[in-house]
Design a protein around this ligand. Structure first.
Ligand code: ARG
Length: 433
């Protein structure tokens, strides 16, 4: 085994216990970030005079060749490796000898893991922002293409009032834009504080220049509280919360699309590039991708809950419980990636059935509220108007001309186009400032 902590005090774990205890199986993906952190640490140690120029050169050259080899997948973690930090230290020492262990001078894995994940999150958030820009543009495209197509808006999954299709898309665009704004603000904050400087729990007695290290790593300043840095996973929770929040919002769009695609609604057909068939029923065209993404929201939500639960009641300080955080965080990132692959294709593959939507929106009873408001404008008290219209709707079910017939008989001054849903929708649009 290559446990970096093995000494006379700790003889090392049995192979079975080591296998259960190690994190290399999932944290090896952090190697590019761990390597960047080590490079910068060497620059800082040279600056403060804690390593010689010759050792610095040897280590940087070793790190260069290690990086090339890792990119070419020359090295795989071995069972004996415990985590990404020890793995890279071992690989470097195999190249340059024991001076490779200088990577760890004044440094602890407790802060190192925070730095690695922070740099990883910066990349993740950056990519997510790019995807969100594209996705909100895609929604804006659907909004524009909708023209004046109408459909019913639903409350309690019952037809409520007509609405423009572009308003439906705008609802999602506005919602996603809010998430994007939060993400942009989070990205700025993420790059302020560098975790380095925390040490294991209270920095180091060595004359280390943490400010220099933070700047070189692209942050504004070093850790402001060593204890807070190694104890908390606040930014991970914030990232996960944001991800799950957005996914929950997307799940509501997916749910609508799945419903609209049913024969019962008939508002939508999916292009056959995003549907799948059944192994038994030849006629099927299933919206699997939407359903799968909907399921992935539940998986991500489970990971998020797991992360929250993990930090509850932990004493301040680094506790090994926290090793369990990475599979959950990475799990959320994997679900997000699935969204970035499938969501654009789903939105591209919508064949909206405008005729069916318009027909459904033409149900005159959807304008019962308009009728009530017509009475209100004439000075009829609200409850009286509400009851009157309910009575007309009741009578309409047995009237050959339906609600328009009943209403026009009672209100001769009702405008001709009153029961045109487009009139109602246009009247409801408000300037957006
Ligand atoms: N593998 C550990 C983790 O994921 C790294 C930090 C280890 N620190 C320690 N004191 N054992 O949390």
């Amino acid at each position: 085994m290559t446990e970096v902590w093995k000494t006379a005090l700790n003889q090392g774990l049995s192979p079975e216990l080591h296998a259960m205890h190690r994190s290399i199986d999932f944290d090896w993906v952090l190697w590019p970030y761990d390597l960047s952190g080590s490079r910068v640490r060497m620059h800082m140690l040279r600056k403060v005079g804690l390593i010689s120029e010759a050792d610095f050169e040897t280590i940087q050259t070793g790190l260069d060749s290690l990086e090339t080899e890792l990119k070419q997948a020359v090295h795989q973690p071995q069972d004996r490796d415990e985590d990404v930090h020890g793995w890279l230290e071992r690989l470097l020492c195999e190249k340059v000898g024991p001076i490779g262990a200088n990577l760890h001078t004044g440094r602890s894995r407790n802060e190192q893991v925070l730095l690695d994940v922070k740099l990883f999150l910066v990349d993740q958030v950056h990519q997510w922002i790019q995807h969100m820009h594209r996705l909100t543009q895609q929604l804006a495209g659907l909004e524009q293409a909708a023209g004046e197509t109408l459909l019913p808006a639903y409350t309690h999954l019952q037809r409520a009032q007509p609405i423009f299709l572009h308003q439906y898309w705008a609802a999602h665009r506005v919602t996603w834009q809010r998430r994007l704004d939060q993400l942009l603000a989070f990205f700025q904050r993420l790059r302020k504080e560098c975790p380095m400087g925390a040490g294991a729990i209270n920095a180091s007695t060595l004359p280390l220049d943490y400010a220099f290290e933070a700047k070189m790593l692209g942050f504004e300043h070093a850790s402001v509280s060593p204890l807070a840095t190694v104890s908390l996973r606040s930014e991970w929770l914030e990232f996960s919360g944001l991800a799950v929040h957005w996914m929950l919002e997307v799940s509501r769009l997916l749910e609508d699309l799945i419903l609209w695609n049913t024969r019962e609604f008939g508002f939508l057909r999916f292009n056959n590039t995003v549907t799948t068939g059944s192994s038994m029923m030849p006629q099927k065209r299933n919206p699997d991708l939407c359903e799968l993404l909907r399921g992935k929201v539940s998986t991500a939500l489970g990971h998020y809950n797991g992360l929250l639960a993990l930090t509850k009641n932990l004493p301040m300080g680094y506790m090994k419980d926290l090793q369990e955080d990475k599979p959950m965080l990475f799990g959320i990132c994997a679900q997000l990636d699935a969204f970035f692959v499938a969501l654009p294709a789903i939105l591209d593959g919508l064949e909206l059935q405008a005729e069916t939507m318009i027909q459904a929106a033409g149900d005159p009873s959807l304008l019962a509220t308009d009728l009530m408001e017509f009475l209100l404008a004439k000075g009829v008290p609200l409850r009286q108007a509400h009851h009157q219209v309910a009575e007309w709707v009741y009578q309409a079910s047995s009237h050959p001309l339906g609600l328009p017939g009943v209403a026009k008989a009672a209100l001769p001054d009702l405008p001709e186009d009153f029961f045109e849903p487009i009139r109602s929708c246009r009247a409801r649009l408000r300037p957006q400032t």
